[in-house]
Design a protein around this ligand. Structure first.
Ligand code: GTP
Ligand code: MG
Ligand code: ZN
Ligand code: ZN
Length: 511
């Protein structure tokens, strides 16, 4: 794996240790760390009145207490006793994470943690310490499920609403907790809960997360006094978390993992088939949460890395980066949604590429306005026989992804043309598909180099053709075991050179 891209290595290490991150997030001083202590039945994680946690702290099961401090960059991790945890994870001792700790891994012998998950404490967002907010935002994509902690004093702040808008469209499970119920009277408490429930429904409709009212403080006091009082809400929350971990952890983990695989595979050459199968798998996992295990390794098996058109590859990469940001943006940014509705959506090709990436939830939130606008346009057609309808479809010139694609193509053509000018005598000339050979020649405006380029391409086609014939011959006889890998991929490579990569050129019109 040493030459694999970072994303792939990351993914494999995640698959290897079957990691599930349940992240506790929210504004500073809400009692996130206190609540984790209460849920775990411990007092070992440091809490405080001023903004406190400054480092991602991942708590998991261990037969005895220990802490590993892992750093950013190449510095080796080391072990410290739990008593010294606050020297590395608190604002006071490690302000804004000056010590560049990547994660503090805490092992605790708590029964709950035997479920095999990581209970992850994050620095509070929205305080004057910007670095803490960044630390948490950077961690969000790695979380598999969330406990969002708000509290009865100023519930559902702007930062928390923004966080919800970010998380809800991803379809990841979220538990919304109102902490510090001990500071309000029963009557005021009810009013706050009504307000929060209404507001959540306004914001997210049927996707509104379920709400839990707790007092971490009362729960910790009860623990200290050796009492089991249920009215602090923590026991109920713990039960729900356990039920979730048992029932949904595995399928949710696999769905998230499929999404991460798609992110890594998409920019690789010839990824369309693998992406399509990952989507199938994703849909299957969501329908049948229990039987994902045997199927999850399949998408890799028939996917081989071969070198196709450099330019197509660069375009795929750019389009993918754009789409992965876009799927979040349309899910929680009204302006992006409005703009998309105004355009009438994306072109056909990019609609399906978007669909391959987005969660069904994200797509429902992101595209409903497009449908409303389209309905209005259909109703306002005055002469139904005039050629209006064709114009309602989104063509390349109105599709924002097509614009990204065109720009990426332009840039890649200029770059590759420049490298042809430099490498024209060497065998390391980049490979380009037929569509892009034309664009490069236009850019080169040099008959001598253009002729060499064509000769280089011709040679490539001849070599491939030879491989394909050999492959067909061997398969025809009983000598299957003799086919080399180069021969096996020749056909795919050949077609992609003639037609360009599927996701780049499928919609392109000739000429
Ligand atoms: N009254 C009351 N106070 C609480 C409760 N839970 C936590 N606190 C107090 O709130 C303060 C902040 O608690 P922490 O657990 O450190 O809060 P946090 O959200 O982890 O804060 P950051 O790490 O800075 O983001 C502490 O003084 C706690 O004692 C609760 O249920 N009721
Ligand atoms: Mg904290
Ligand atoms: Zn190409
Ligand atoms: Zn498009």
């Amino acid at each position: 794996m040493s030459d694999a891209p970072d994303g792939v290595r990351d993914l494999f290490s995640r698959l290897a240790d079957d990691r599930f991150n349940l992240a506790v997030v929210g504004r500073f001083n809400r009692g996130k760390t206190s609540l984790m202590n209460a849920v775990l039945g411990t007092t070992r994680l440091p809490t405080g009145i001023v903004p406190l946690t400054s480092v991602i702290t991942a708590v998991s099961y261990g037969s005895h207490e220990e802490v590993f401090i892992e750093f950013e960059g190449n510095r080796l991790p080391f072990r410290i006793p739990l008593e010294r945890l606050s020297e590395y994870v608190t604002q006071e001792c490690n302000p804004g994470n000056d010590k560049r700790v990547a994660v503090a891994s805490v092992r605790l012998p708590c029964e709950l943690l035997r479920r095999g998950f990581y209970f992850v404490d994050t620095p509070g967002i929205g305080s004057s310490i910007r670095e803490n907010t960044f630390t948490t935002e950077r961690f969000l994509p790695d979380a598999d499920a969330f406990v969002l902690v708000s509290s009865y004093d100023s519930p559902l702040s702007d930062e928390e609403t923004a966080l919800l808008r970010h998380i809800v469209p991803t379809g990841k499970r979220l538990f919304f907790v109102l902490n510090k119920q001990d500071i309000v009277s029963a009557e005021d408490g009810r009013r706050v809960r009504d307000y929060v429930r209404t507001r959540l429904r306004e914001l997210f409709g049927p996707l509104a997360p379920s709400m839990y009212s707790v007092s971490a403080l009362d729960a910790l006091k009860a623990d200290a006094d050796g009492l089991t009082r249920a009215d602090n809400g923590v026991a109920q929350l713990r039960d729900r978390l356990v039920a979730f971990l048992i029932a949904e952890k595995q399928s949710r983990f696999l769905v998230n993992m499929v999404d991460r695989m798609a992110t890594v595979i998409y920019p690789l050459p010839n990824s369309s088939a693998a992406i399509a199968r990952l989507n199938e798998l994703r849909r299957h996992l969501q329908k049948h949460p229990d039987d994902g295990i045997e199927t999850v390794s399949r998408p890799f098996s028939d996917e081989r890395r071969i070198s196709t058109c450099t330019i197509c590859g660069q375009i795929e990469h750019q389009v993918f980066s754009f789409l992965s940001k876009f799927q979040y943006d349309i899910a929680f940014d009204e302006r992006v949604r409005a703009d998309l509705a105004e355009r009438g959506g994306l072109c056909a090709l990019h609609t399906w590429q978007y669909h391959g990436l987005a969660s069904p939830l994200g797509a429902s939130i992101g595209f409903s306005l497009v449908l409303d606008r389209m309905a209005a346009r259909l109703r306002s057609v005055t002469d139904p026989l005039a050629p209006h309808i064709e114009k309602l479809r989104v063509a390349e010139d109105r599709c924002p992804v097509c614009q990204v694609r065109a720009q990426a193509e332009r840039r890649a053509v200029v770059d590759v043309a420049a490298s042809f000018r430099m490498h024209v005598e060497t065998p390391s000339m980049p490979t380009v598909c037929l569509a892009h050979v034309g664009l490069i020649i236009d850019e080169l405006k040099d008959a001598v180099i253009a002729r060499r380029l064509l000769a280089h391409e011709a040679e490539l086609y001849e070599r491939l053709s030879e491989d394909m014939r050999r492959y067909a011959l061997k398969l025809d006889g009983v000598r299957r075991d003799l086919t080399s890998e180069g021969e096996q991929v020749a056909a795919t490579l050949a077609l992609s050179l003639l037609a360009g990569n599927y996701s780049v050129n499928a919609a392109r019109k000739a000429g």
